[in-house]
Write a protein that binds this ligand. Sequence first.
Ligand code: BGC
Length: 253
Amino acid sequence: MAPNESAGTPTAIGIDIGGTGIKGAPVDVARGELTAERVRVLTPSPATPEAVSKTVTEVVSNFDTVGPIGITMPAVVRAGVVETAANIDPAWIGVDATALFGGALSREVMVMNDADAAGLAEMKFGAGLGRTGSVVVVTLGTGIGSAVFADGILLPNTELGHLPLNGQDAEEWAADSVRDRDDLSWKHWAQRLEEYFSLLESLLWPELIIVGGGVSKKAEKFLPRINIRTPIVAAQLQNEAGIIGAALHAAQS
Ligand code: BGC
């Protein structure tokens, strides 16, 4: 379906499903800007497919925008089906999320991984604008998400937050939620991040690493302490990247 162009503005709705909140807004996909205030509703607990689908419907009901709806999940989403559940209810594994949300909303929907969506938005409207070659976007939040681009083309579902590091899953050691939980100083956390980004660098040798997630608002506290050979910069769209990327993807599909 083509995005809604009736008002002269190509719009789609973006919904970002996270562990604590489900956020959404209509997006001008030509400019990468929200066209109405973002709505945030707490993620239901337990976050079963049925409960989340009800909350997504509630968020969407705030907007009168027609056109497609892009939805992100903090999980591998292959051809609309959720394949993993590192930070979501295990009941999601094997669920056809496109069919579930599409049925609940009676609208065309496109479901994708959250970091992939944030990465798409950064490449089109943020820190990756105009960048060719190999670029990796890493989101630091409850978990660690990744989006890998070659000449602007996304290789979906890369899951680099689960690289093994110091005998555990990297995100269990270096995610922003770990900094918070263990009350790590910025310096201590930056040391962990430096190890993580060095590992990522040694495997992929990207030309640029973009660091996103809510904590990228405070990038000056940790990015300058990360010494690796690859240029590493803060994302520009921060909290809105997932919403914008999801809408963009839905509008382009
Ligand atoms: C998940 C990824 C997700 C990331 C960020 C990880 O635990 O496996 O799919 O992108 O968290 O939410």
